[in-house]
Ligand binder design. Structure first.
Ligand SMILES: NC(=O)c1ccc[n+]([C@@H]2O[C@H](COP(=O)([O-])OP(=O)(O)OC[C@H]3O[C@@H](n4cnc5c(N)ncnc54)[C@H](O)[C@@H]3O)[C@@H](O)[C@H]2O)c1
Length: 308
């Protein structure tokens, strides 16, 4: 194929992202992981699914970044999950060091690629990738808002017993406990959701959305969600390769938008061939803006710890 995607980190999110990308025939995929054999094995397995699926995507796995050369998009999922006894700052420092290791290598071989950051803590890792890559902000995008919005949409569809296709929803802010679901901008076939679901129920859905990641971690016991996160990444890849100019909530480096300077926070962006082609500023009520500011402050705290 003419398009090439590198996925760094071939664990649950990385490998499943490769699956969606290959199944949609969006690009050839290079899987990278620090564990020898894992990207090779998963890559070969996925490649062998292609004749069944009648897709011509080529998938390889490697430890050698030379094979990632000239990728159009690089997806950064390498990281460790939080383990018992590990503080948030411990995790932040470990994943920061992993990000430092991988960004340099990716950029060396694919200086013109678009970086999609997935590793957590998301906004701080996106900021790390942005600062270390030296890329313009258009080419460094964090994935979180699409996932958080998809969870919100799924819960709204369940509540109303309607097709998920009818539902549009926005979740802004940092990816974490302070995320800002926006019921006012969420609609069902164009009808504001606030007119269809009473406030009490909607508040519960909003809270379940905020806790969406934790709910799955609790079920899985080890590891975290990966089907929906990887589907969200694939939507970004598709919007970029097909130059769709799709408006999606993503983490972007703000330079004054929403009153935030020099920080990655989730906002609606227009995604096309050049990456982030526009940051869309929507009007927030004072309450929503306050929640957004609180969320940005939480991101600021993290990036101060790692000094990026
Ligand atoms: N942004 C989001 O909304 C979102 C959603 C889900 C998961 N995540 C995050 O994505 C990351 C990956 O999640 P996962 O479930 O795939 O975890 P995972 O443990 O299944 O996979 C992570 C992989 O990264 C690899 N890795 C570690 N250090 C590396 C390095 N230096 N170079 C290359 N590979 C390296 C590991 O060997 C492992 O295979 C985590 O940080 C997780 O918290 C983010």
């Amino acid at each position: 194929m003419q398009t090439k995607v590198t996925i760094v980190g071939s664990g649950n999110v990385g490998a499943t992202t490769a699956h969606w990308i290959a199944a949609k025939e969006l690009a050839d995929v290079v899987l990278v992981d620090i564990i020898e054999g894992v990207p090779q094995g998963k890559g070969l397995d996925l490649l062998q699914a292609m004749p069944v699926e009648k897709r011509d995507a080529r998938i390889v796995g490697t430890q050698d970044y030379a094979q990632t050369a000239n990728s159009d998009i690089a997806i950064l999922t390498a990281g460790v999950p939080r383990k018992p006894g590990m503080s948030r700052d411990d995790l932040l420092n470990i994943n920061y060091n992993i990000m430092k290791d991988v960004v340099g290598k990716v950029v060396q071989y694919s200086p013109n690629c678009i970086l999609i950051v997935v590793a957590n803590p998301l906004d701080a890792m996106a900021q790390t990738a942005y600062k270390l890559s030296g890329f313009p902000r258009e080419r460094v995008i964090g994935m979180a808002g699409i996932l958080d919005s998809a969870r919100f949409r799924a819960f709204i569809a369940m509540e109303l017993n309607v097709s998920v296709e009818n539902i549009n929803a926005f979740v802004l802010g940092g990816h974490g406990d302070t995320m800002v679901p926006l019921p006012r901008y969420s609609t069902v076939a164009g009808i504001p959701v606030t007119e269809l679901i009473e406030k009490d129920k909607l508040d519960k859905i909003v809270q379940r959305t905020r806790d969406g990641g934790a709910e799955i971690v609790k079920y899985l016991k080890s590891g975290s969600a990966y089907y929906a996160p990887s589907a969200a990444v694939a939507e970004m890849v598709e919007a970029i390769f097909k130059d769709k100019k799709k408006i999606l909530p993503c983490a972007a480096y703000l330079q004054g938008e929403y009153g935030v300077h020099g920080l990655f926070v989730g906002v609606p962006v227009k995604l096309g061939a050049k990456g982030i082609e526009q940051i869309i500023e929507i009007k927030l009520t004072p309450e929503e803006q306050a929640a957004f500011n609180k969320s940005a402050a939480a991101v600021k705290e993290l990036v101060t710890v790692i000094n990026v």
